[in-house]
Design a binder for this molecule. Structure first.
Ligand code: ADP
Ligand code: ZN
Length: 667
């Protein structure tokens, strides 16, 4: 079943064919406005018989002839002169003439002006009879009414349009958005039918599966737990980088327990309209309660769950309301009700502490990027529907894709199949997979991008600099391949490394890493005596690492064992240190990166020969793998330990940003 807020659908789900002009709120508005405008104009002509007559006309034609019986000043605007003898006077064109009673009316500037003019007329002509003047205020109700109603209607119409636009945009362009604005857009997958994903579809993630198994058990036999006085958890947080299978796992829980699955993204809750987010939360949980037991999955919970009151720039009322409503809902149902809320995030550190308290998301299940073995299993899952050649080496594919998330691997498999089909192959072979991996890594290949021979040479020496410096640094990651084939928009070439899969990083490792990253530019300087702009991303990476060492990891003597890492205050204006300390940090960062560059240059000076060999070979072959380097410049002095990477986790060097999902690439 799906949310029933789509337009043009009858309750039985069939769409109605459009017949005749559709009823539309704008038509109604339009017609009302037209009628009002028409009425206003008509009533103008109807009640006010005013022409371009002036006091002068009036004086000459009527007043001076003594045929004015009385003057009525209406609303201080119009003078209506009642004429008593129609005989000699020219028939006033604008008079509402019944034969007995003729009225000549004209607009007066102001009452004072009128009286003055009248007085002057009397003085000028002493024979004139003084005419009685009456004042009258006459309501033109139609005019007044439309004067109020018209702007009001326009305002209402405009706000309707705005609401519709926003509601429509969010609902994917559906009409009638306004009426559904507070309704959750949670997707509902009916029990057993729609969620046919099981744990078998989720490769790897063994530990996470064990932990989440328990939740499946809660849903299946709640009595088993409550009988012993235990409390069933209400929620769990799935923590991990994008594409690692958090949604997949949550769906699998629903599939395994045979319960409905509601899912919604945190960013969907946060709308421009105050109160919408909260009402969506309310609606989502209302639906969930009706279908319990069930799983409620909230993706990107950090969109609403960020710590409150940290970012002063933005008005956070709406998000706070949404978050509060979520807390209220979670406190509102008991464990026995059978609703379990799973939420996904990559940033548990920024979440509001209230969300993590007991009785809410008190369990955290971490889901990391897959290691080599995990990747192999994921490859196997996604290779199942593919017609693959027999010589396909899944292990090798897994080894070639360090840092890939499950979603990236799914992408590779799909891409490989497309490439094979494009080349008219019967089955997908290793070459297709290699191409697909390259494509996913660096965007589409741009072999035919025009690069001058000189440029190509600089790029070759730059990449050779990376490769050679890494080759002779003890802690640098082992090289996978180095290439000068341009990829994507930014990188003109790159050296790809296999990160050691481990949890902690030593100062020496960061230093070697920076040295290797600066090897490209150092090589340019050694061989060409000048540097190019091609090292931008290298420099960014080094700067980031150096800052992290000084201000986050406490790896600098001058700053000491202090970490200014404050994820809650990211993007805030206040730096957590004084200006003095800030200057010191900047100085130390410069010292560190200068040192790394000097080291890289010294190292490559001593390995000039090797750089030249690699660079020239790169110019010939464009791509060199680890084996080629061994053949050309000998085995890596420190290489052997890393030949069989241990399963583990890739440590990102600068945790200020989420770990890059594509392994180490120096461009
Ligand atoms: P997340 O919610 O963590 O961002 P998803 O669960 O949406 O990631 O994963 C996206 C897709 O990637 C899945 O639909 C699936 O095809 C693939 N995928 C990710 N992780 C795995 C895994 N462990 N096993 C199999 N497929 C996976
Ligand atoms: Zn580089």
């Amino acid at each position: 079943m799906q949310d029933n807020n789509q337009p043009g659908k009858t309750p039985d789900g069939k769409s109605t064919p459009p017949k005749g002009p559709k009823f539309n709120i704008y038509w109604v508005f339009g017609i009302i406005v037209l009628v009002l405008v028409g009425m206003t104009m008509f009533s103008n002509n109807f009640s006010n018989t005013i022409d371009a007559h002036s006091f002068y006309d009036f004086q000459n034609n009527y007043l001076n002839k003594n045929i004015v019986e009385k003057i009525t000043i209406v609303n201080n605007e119009v003078a209506e002169a009642k004429l008593n003898t129609p005989a000699t006077a020219p028939s006033p064109s604008s008079a509402l003439s019944s034969p007995k009673e003729m009225i000549y009316s004209f607009r007066i500037g102001s009452v004072e002006q009128f009286n003055k003019d009248l007085e002057t007329a009397y003085v000028a002509n002493p024979n004139l009879q003084r005419v009685p003047i009456m004042y009258e205020s006459r309501g033109n109700y139609l005019r007044e009414l439309s004067g109020i109603l018209l702007p009001l209607l326009i305002i209402i119409a405009m706000s309707f349009m705005m609401i519709r636009k926003m509601g429509g945009g969010v609902n994917g362009g559906g009409g009638g958005g306004i009426f559904n604005i507070g309704k959750s857009k949670a997707q509902l997958f009916e029990k057993g039918t729609k969620v046919n994903i099981t744990f078998n579809d989720v490769a790897g993630l063994d530990e996470a599966k064990v932990e989440i198994m328990e939740i499946v058990d809660f849903l299946k036999n709640p009595k088993k737990y409550t009988a012993l006085g235990g409390k069933i958890p209400k929620g769990a947080l799935l923590v991990g980088p994008p594409g690692t299978g958090k949604t997949l796992l949550a769906k699998a829980v629903a599939g395994e327990a045979q319960v409905p699955f509601f899912s919604m993204s945190g960013s969907d809750f946060v709308e421009m309209f105050v109160g919408v987010g909260a009402s969506r939360v309310r609606d989502l949980f209302k639906q969930a309660r009706e279908k319990s037991p069930c799983i409620v999955f909230i993706d990107e919970i950090d969109a609403i769950g960020r710590a409150r009151g940290k970012n002063m720039m933005m008005s956070n009322d709406e998000r706070e309301n949404t978050l509060n409503q979520m807390l209220v809902e979670m406190d509102g149902f008991s464990g026995e009700s059978g609703i379990i809320v799973l939420a996904a995030t990559n940033r548990p550190d920024v979440l509001d502490a209230a969300l993590l308290r007991p009785g809410r998301f008190d369990r955290q299940i971490s889901i990391d990027l897959p290691d080599a073995k995990g990747r192999e299993k994921i490859f196997e899952v996604h290779l199942t529907p593919i017609k693959k050649s027999k010589n396909l080496d899944v292990k090798k594919l897994a080894l070639q894709t360090p840092g890939f998330a499950g979603a990236d691997i799914a992408n590779v498999c799909n891409e490989a199949a497309l490439i094979a089909a494009r080349n008219g192959k019967e089955e997908v072979d290793m070459q297709d997979f290699n191409d697909a991996i390259d494509r996913i890594i660096g965007g589409l290949e741009k072999r035919n991008k025009i690069i001058s021979p000189e440029e190509k040479k600089v790029i070759a020496y730059h990449e050779a600099g990376h490769a050679v410096s890494g080759w002779y640094l003890e802690y640098a990651h082992p090289l996978v391949k180095v290439t000068i084939v341009p990829r994507g928009t930014a990188a003109l070439g790159f050296a790809q490394y296999l990160p050691k899969e481990k949890y902690l990083t030593l100062t020496e490792e960061l230093e070697d890493d920076m040295c290797m990253t600066l090897g490209g530019r150092a090589s340019e300087e050694i061989f060409f005596g000048k540097v190019s702009t091609g090292a931008l991303s290298d420099l960014q990476q080094v700067t980031r690492t150096a800052y992290a060492m000084v201000s986050i990891y406490g790896m600098n003597d001058k700053i000491g064992n202090i970490s200014f890492y404050d994820p809650q205050n990211e993007g805030g204006f206040q730096k957590p240190y004084s200006e003095e300390t800030g200057n010191l940090i900047d100085r130390e960062v410069k010292i560190i990166s200068d040192k790394a560059f000097a080291r890289a240059k010294a190292l490559l000076e001593s390995k000039r020969k090797e750089v030249e060999i690699i660079a020239e070979e790169l110019l010939k072959k464009e791509v060199l793998f680890k084996d080629d380097l061994e053949r050309l410049i000998g085995k890596r002095p420190f290489g052997d330990v890393d030949d069989n990477p241990e399963p583990g986790t890739i440590v990102s060097q600068a945790p200020v940003e989420p770990p890059a999902s594509l392994g180490d690439i120096a461009s």
